[in-house]
Design a protein. Sequence first.
Length: 94
Amino acid sequence: MDMLLFIPLMIAVIYFLMIRPEQRRKKQAAELREALQVGDQITTIGGIVGKIVQVQEDYVTFETSEDRVRIKVVKGAIANRGRSTDAQQQPLQQ
């Protein structure tokens, strides 16, 4: 009888410790990619940082430097984003 209670309990523990947090991370990543806008600072999963200049359905084009180097990547390659500000765009003055 104890075995009948043990198996569902183990399934519930596995669900709450492994499956549910992974589903939450996937949902947050999808929301991040859908909320991308022109002007956002992004970092790709490869570590490239830039500012978005164009957003398409499946792709994002961003500039990586003041030389206007543009890179087009799939939205799935974006790791995180942060809002661009004037302070970030201004070079440091010494």
